[in-house]
Structures are given as C-alpha cells and as structure tokens.
Design a protein around this ligand. Structure first.
Ligand SMILES: Cc1ncc(C[n+]2csc(CCOP(=O)(O)OP(=O)(O)O)c2C)c(N)n1
Ligand SMILES: [Mg+2]
Length: 289
C-alpha cells in the first residue's frame, strides 16, 4: 500500500470520529492510485487539523483558519500536485470563514475535508459556527444565539462546483466521496459529520447515525435547485452523499482560468524553475528606503 498510518500515536480520545475519517482518507488515497509525491496535505489548528500528522504524506500545518491561503499558494506554484486541505469546522467556517468563501469564488482546485463535530474540540468545548441554535456550551451558557452556518448551502451559493457530505460512521461511502472530490478539477468540499465524544454531548455518534441518510441512486447532483434543497436539510434527516456537482467544463478552475488568460493550454508549473533573481531584486528594491 502506498499510503499508511505513521507510527505516531494520535492525540485523539479513544472513540473519536477522527479515527474513522483517517481510515476513509487512507482508503481513498490507496483506491485512487496516487503516489506520495503527487499529493500534499495542508491543515490548520485543531484536533482535526492534526490528521496529516498521522498519515504518510507531504504536509504543511498552518495557522488556525489559514490553511486555504497556504494551500492556494502551494497549488498555484505546483498545479500538478493534488492538494488536500483537512481541518475542523471551526478552522474552516469560523476563523477561516472568509478564506473559505474566497477560495470557492476563485474555484481553486483543492479538495477540502472538514471534520464537522459542531464544537471547538481542541480548546475543550466552545460553540463553533455549526453548533445547534440554543445549545449550551462552555462559551454559550445561555445557549447558542447565532444562526448556525450552513456550509453546503453557503458553498453552493458562492459557486462551489462539488459539494458533498459524508459521515465518519460510513467509512466506505466517505472514502468514495473523497476519491471523487480529489478527481474533481475545481474546489471540492466534503463536510464530514464526525462526533467529538468528549466535548459535544448533543452531536453524538448515535444521533448522527439515526439522522444521516444516503441520497437515493436516482438523485441527480447536477440539478442546482434540488441540491440547494438537500444542502439545507438539517433536521431528523441529514442527507449524505454528493449533493451538488457542476460540470467542470462549464466551470474552469483558477489555474485553468489563469492559463487561458495567458494563452496557455494548461497551468504553468512554477515549482522547479530557478527564481528570477534580477526581477525579484528589482521588486525588493522598491521597498528599501
Ligand atoms: C487565530 C486563532 N484563534 C483561535 C485559536 C484557538 N483555537 C485553536 S483550535 C480552535 C478550535 C478548533 O476547533 P475546530 O477547528 O472545529 O477543530 P476540532 O478541534 O473541533 O477538530 C481554537 C479556537 C487559535 N489557535 N488561533
Ligand atoms: Mg470542531
């Protein structure tokens, strides 16, 4: 197998949903036939953001909420890399919320995996952007007063071409979604229901298992209006599967748009080029007083 676990013991509580997400990620990587040198992982800060420490891959561990800017730079410098961004919902939708929307609007070709446990797990139980309205947490003793962030509805509205939801209790189903997301040539989001067993006593494995329902075979993910209906469902039933997929032919990625604007057929690979020192020095001189 090309991709394995690292020997590092995860700093996750026994029973955490993150272990199952890691299984799905490893299955997806091995099923996809990718080589290690073709893949780079970027994460932020949080329990979920530790995920790349525990799989054998190239990775960059950035700041909380700042994984997408680092991933954007990496992808633009080397568009041949498959860049996967993996972090928690606090990191992506809270501190990194504006980067999330900006990256979707750019349609940079990234795979974005969000472990959504509806809580700030690492910092021990404050409300996150997806914590349920009214839920009492360490930072919301009167209950959450803000309308929760609806990641899939927001992503699709902002122009996301691939929006899916998985569940850490359905490893094979989640792995298949991750394979499709990696293959999609544009911004691909997989929001993953994944319980924090220590700090969220409401969003439990049992409650997700009861509510997570696979979309039927007959469901057509290319229908944007139908996708908006499924994306907004968050009640007794939470649909899981590929909710929206836009034909990438009609929706080119940022790298392709840049290439086309410059009259090229495919994105230029900057990585490996020797730096143009004279031009760089001329730019730097402008900032010297
Ligand atoms: C800019 C900044 N704000 C806040 C923090 C503190 N902090 C670290 S992780 C975290 C929340 C993590 O929650 P989430 O991203 O949902 O990941 P989880 O631990 O639940 O997997 C916070 C608030 C920080 N490190 N940097
Ligand atoms: Mg979280």
């Amino acid at each position: 197998m090309e991709f394995n676990k690292t020997p590092i013991e995860p700093a996750w509580c026994p029973g955490c949903g993150n272990f199952a997400v890691r299984e799905a990620v490893l299955k997806a990587l091995n099923d996809s036939g990718l080589k290690k040198r073709d893949v780079a992982w970027v994460s932020g800060i949080g329990q979920a953001a530790k995920a790349p420490h525990y799989i054998e891959t190239n990775f960059f561990n950035g700041l909380h909420g700042r994984s997408l800017p680092a991933a954007t730079g990496l992808k633009l410098a080397n568009p041949e890399l498959n860049v996967v961004v993996e972090s928690g919902e606090g990191c992506h939708y809270g501190e990194g919320g504006n980067h999330f929307i900006a990256a979707i609007r750019r349609n940079i070709n990234l795979t974005v995996l969000v472990h959504d446990n509806q809580i700030y797990g690492l910092t021990k139980g404050q409300a996150s952007p997806t914590t349920d309205l009214g839920q009492s947490t360490k930072s919301t003793p009167l209950g959450v007063l803000n309308e929760p962030f609806h990641p899939l509805s927001i992503a699709i509205s902002a122009g996301c071409g691939f929006a899916a939801r998985g569940f850490s209790g359905e490893i094979a189903h989640l792995a298949a979604l991750i394979v499709e997301a990696i293959r999609y040539p544009g911004f691909a989001l997989v929001d993953i229901l994944s319980p924090c067993i220590s700090f969220n006593k409401k969003a439990t494995f049992a409650s997700y298992k009861e509510r997570a329902k696979k979309l039927p075979e007959s469901y057509d993910p290319s229908n944007r209006e139908a996708a908006m209906v499924q994306a907004a469902k968050w009640d007794d039933e939470i649909p899981i599967g590929l909710i929206y997929r836009r034909d990438p032919e009609d929706h080119p990625s940022l790298e392709m748009k840049i290439a086309h604007a410059r009259g090229l057929d495919k994105p230029e690979v900057l990585a490996g080029h020797p730096p143009a020192r004279d031009r760089l020095e001329a730019i730097m001189k402008q900032f010297v007083y």
